[in-house]
Design a protein. Structure first.
Length: 291
């Protein structure tokens, strides 16, 4: 007996069900549970019951949320702008044929392959105020007299964290942009050359528009990673000086595991989730939802 054919609609539902179940188990349920915890007064192992929006009110009134938001925006803005621009420049350079290009492409991924915790320890040693290699090099070149604590004030602390994070993660976005560049047909550039377009014109009117989908994916990935940055900041600055580098993810950790206020920690985490979603929507609107 000939089996009955399954319609395209039912087949689509059948094929997507495992993925949807996985998303529900790993994303929807944890987000819902975090929202539930954010409405509870949980201190240590004791749950004192439902408090509604009290946790949100308290973290706003203390001012700690505002300072964490500022630190997150400063750190995130610096990281995203610097890494996207640097990754595009390096990708354009690696897209040109030269001797040893494949070797350079392989070596550039080394920082990304190093564990983040090890990167933090390594750079904390490099940037040490007393006997750090970075200060020693500056003194050798006559650019520094005495000691320089790069994590002593807000400006240099954020700058150093941005640079260390960029040192580690820029290379992976170089590879993403390089893949996008190589997917652009060479005939487009040949036609632009025939029309007399300069190198700058080819970049802004040909390369960038065709790279919009790749840039969108890279921006969303980088923003999600930045908003959840914790390990580098924990090792390099511990959120200091003061609260200068206490980003949202670090603030969530403090509330949940340092002060054992799990309800407040869940409230901060849920706000961080909303921030990530809002910024992602803004990216899509700016770069075009069709992409």
């Amino acid at each position: 007996m000939q089996g009955r054919e399954i319609g395209e609609g039912k087949l689509g539902i059948l094929m997507s069900t495992p993925a949807m179940l996985l998303i529900i188990l790993t994303a929807v349920i944890p987000i819902g549970y975090a929202l539930y915890l954010s409405t509870q007064d949980i201190q240590g192992i004791m749950n004192h019951g439902f408090v509604g929006l009290e946790n949100y009110r308290e973290i706003i009134e203390t001012g700690r949320l505002q300072s964490a938001l500022i630190a997150t925006l400063l750190f995130g803005g610096g990281v995203v702008i610097f890494q996207m621009v640097a990754a595009m420049i390096v990708a354009l350079a690696l897209n040109v044929k030269f001797m040893g290009r494949n070797i350079v492409r392989s070596l550039i991924l080394i920082p990304w392959a190093i564990p983040t915790a090890l990167v933090g320890v390594m750079w904390s040693r490099f940037l040490s105020a007393t006997d750090g290699y970075f200060n020693a090099t500056l003194r050798l070149l006559g650019l520094l007299d005495g000691e320089m604590n790069w994590f002593l004030n807000r400006g240099t602390a954020i700058l150093m964290v941005v640079l260390v994070d960029s040192w580690k993660f820029t290379s992976i976005f170089v590879m993403i942009f390089l893949a996008g560049l190589q997917a652009i047909p060479t005939t487009f550039y040949e036609a632009a050359l025939v029309d007399g377009a300069s190198r700058v014109q080819r970049f802004f009117y040909l390369t960038l528009p065709l790279m919009k989908p790749v840039i969108l994916v890279a921006l969303i990935m980088r923003t999600i990673f930045v908003f959840h940055a914790f390990d580098l900041i924990y090792i390099l600055t511990g959120g200091g000086p003061g609260d200068a580098t206490r980003v949202m993810a670090y603030y969530t950790y403090q509330e949940s595991f340092t002060f054992l206020r799990h309800g407040r920690g869940a409230a901060v985490a849920f706000i961080l989730f909303l921030m990530t979603g809002i910024v992602t929507v803004i990216y899509i609107k700016l770069l075009g939802s069709s992409e």
